[in-house]
Design a protein around this ligand. Structure first.
Ligand SMILES: [Zn+2]
Length: 231
C-alpha cells in the first residue's frame, strides 16, 4: 500500500515546524498533524488537492504544535492553531490522554488516545505510539512504513528533555525501545526541520547519537538527571 498515501510536508511558522497532511487519496480524506501555524495554508493545501480534513493529530501540546499563548516563550500574542482549524473544518482532535487537560477548551471535539490505539482514515490505519520524554503525552504516528515523530526524534538529535514535564529517562526508553524497535526502513518525518525533511529509522540508529547510548546511565550523564526518583 505504500505509494498509495497522500502525504504532504509543510514547513510553517517561524520555528521550522513541519506540519503534515496524511490521508487516503482514494477516499479523499486526510488528517493534519500539529496544525499550529498558518491554518490558511494548511486548509488551502488540502482543498487544492481535493482532500477533506477529517481530524487533527497532536504530537504534544506545546504551543508551536497546537497554538496558544506565546507569552511563556517571551513572544507577544497567541497563535490560534487547532481552534482556528476547527472553526474552518469540522474535525476531531486526537491527543494523548496524559495531555488532554491542556486542550480542555475543545470540549467534545477532543478525543483522548493511548499507546497502540488506531484511527482509520479511508483505507489507511494510523497507529498511535506513546513516546514520552519531551513531554508526558508525546506521541508518534505510524502509517504503514512511515513515522511522524513530533519532537521525540529529530534527524540527528532528539527533543529537549529539560522543560517542565520532560523526562530524560522516559526519552531514553522511547528512543531506544519503542522507536528503536521499528523496522530500519521506516521513513522518519520529524516535527521540525532541524536536520532535513526526512530520514529512516535505520539511518538514525546508525548515526543519531541520541539513539546510540548503550545504557540509561550514559544517556542521563549527557541529558541531565531524571525527574523520576526510583525507590
Ligand atoms: Zn515541543
Amino acid at each position: 500500500m505504500s505509494g498509495d498515501i497522500f502525504l504532504r510536508q509543510l514547513e510553517l511558522g517561524p520555528m521550522q515546524n513541519f506540519v503534515y497532511l496524511v490521508g487516503d487519496p482514494v477516499a479523499r480524506e486526510c488528517v493534519v498533524v500539529d496544525p499550529a501555524w498558518e491554518i490558511d495554508e494548511i486548509v488551502q493545501t488540502a482543498e487544492a488537492a481535493d482532500m477533506r480534513i477529517v481530524g487533527a493529530l497532536v504530537t504534544h501540546t506545546h504551543q508551536d504544535h497546537v497554538g496558544g499563548s506565546l507569552e511563556s516563550w517571551g513572544m507577544p500574542g497567541r497563535i490560534a492553531g487547532v481552534e482556528e482549524l476547527l472553526a474552518r473544518v469540522p474535525a476531531k482532535v486526537y491527543v494523548h490522554k496524559a495531555e488532554r487537560e491542556f486542550l480542555r477548551g475543545l470540549g467534545s471535539d477532543l478525543v483522548k488516545v493511548d499507546n497502540h490505539d488506531t484511527l482509520p482514515v479511508g483505507r489507511l490505519t494510523i497507529t498511535f505510539l506513546h513516546t514520552p520524554g519531551h513531554t508526558p503525552g508525546s506521541q508518534c504516528f505510524l502509517v504503514d512504513d512511515r513515522l511522524i515523530s513530533g519532537d521525540t526524534l529529530f534527524i540527528g538529535s532528539c527533543g529537549r528533555t529539560d522543560l517542565p514535564g520532560s523526562d530524560p529517562s522516559e526519552m531514553y526508553y522511547s528512543l531506544t525501545q519503542r522507536l528503536g524497535a521499528l523496522p530500519d526502513q521506516t521513513v522518519l518525518y520529524p516535527g521540525h526541520n532541524y536536520g532535513g525533511p526526512e530520514s529512516t529509522i535505520g539511518d538514525e540508529k546508525r548515526s543519531n547519537p541520541f539513539m546510540r547510548f548503550s545504557s540509561l546511565g550514559e544517556f542521563l550523564r549527557t541529558m541531565g538527571p531524571s525527574r523520576i526518583v526510583l525507590p
